[in-house]
Design a binder for this molecule. Structure first.
Ligand SMILES: Cc1cc2nc3c(=O)[nH]c(=O)nc-3n(C[C@H](O)[C@H](O)[C@H](O)COP(=O)(O)O)c2cc1C
Length: 191
């Protein structure tokens, strides 16, 4: 089957000992069974090192000088929708995600995005901040899903998680989020 629509699942955590990659794998698995005839790919920000705010120009002006920005821009431009999988750090989302968003502009603009946050209460505060920033980029946030992890698990900081088991109570909310993203990508508005 030839897929004409690509959705990138973005791993926002770059911590040395993180659960973010496994959370994103689980999210992507649910996405693949939820999105009809769309290609879903994981983009790990760890694989796209972008020095902090190193473009001399204003990204909205669409002139990029750095090779890594051009490559990242092409990757983001190749997708029609996004799922941001982000932990909550001190009520916000990780700095590398803001840096990645700020490196580009038109490549994000106008495209729908689902926000999946995680934290002891589901990371709702960072999701709200991220939603506002996405709106500043003229993206189309379609919803927010908060995944709860216990304080014991956070304190253990194991760097791994059985996401399917821990987040099972959130699976139906995640599927609803993907349905909204699918509707937006397919031209069926949900609001
Ligand atoms: C710098 C930092 C700040 C954190 N702040 C919060 C927070 O505000 N709320 C919360 O629920 N968890 C917080 N946590 C715990 C994270 O939810 C937990 O460590 C989670 O595993 C982070 O995701 P990651 O492993 O993918 O980086 C914080 C963790 C770090 C490292």
């Amino acid at each position: 089957m030839i897929h004409t629509t690509t959705v990138l699942v973005i791993v926002a955590s770059m911590r040395a000992r993180r659960i973010g990659a496994q959370v994103a794998q689980w999210v992507a698995g649910i996405g693949r069974t939820s999105l009809a005839e769309k290609r879903l790919e994981i983009l790990d920000l760890k694989d796209w090192p972008l020095p902090m705010d190193d473009e001399p120009g204003i990204p909205a002006g669409n002139i990029y000088e750095q090779a890594h920005t051009k490559a990242f821009g092409e990757k983001i431009a190749s997708a029609q929708g996004f799922v941001f999988v982000t932990p909550q750090y001190n009520w916000g989302y990780p700095a590398p995600l803001k840096n990645a968003l700020d490196h580009l502009y038109k490549e994000w603009s106008g495209k729908p995005a689902l926000i999946v946050s995680y934290g002891s209460r589901g990371g709702g505060k960072c999701a709200a901040q991220l939603q506002q920033v996405l709106q500043g980029l003229h993206m189309k946030p379609v919803g927010r899903v908060g995944l709860k992890i216990s304080r014991d698990r956070i304190e253990a900081n194991a760097g791994e998680i059985d996401a399917a088991a821990v987040f099972a109570p959130h699976e139906s909310a995640l599927r609803q989020g993907f349905a909204r993203l699918d509707g937006r990508l397919s031209g069926r508005r949900w609001w």
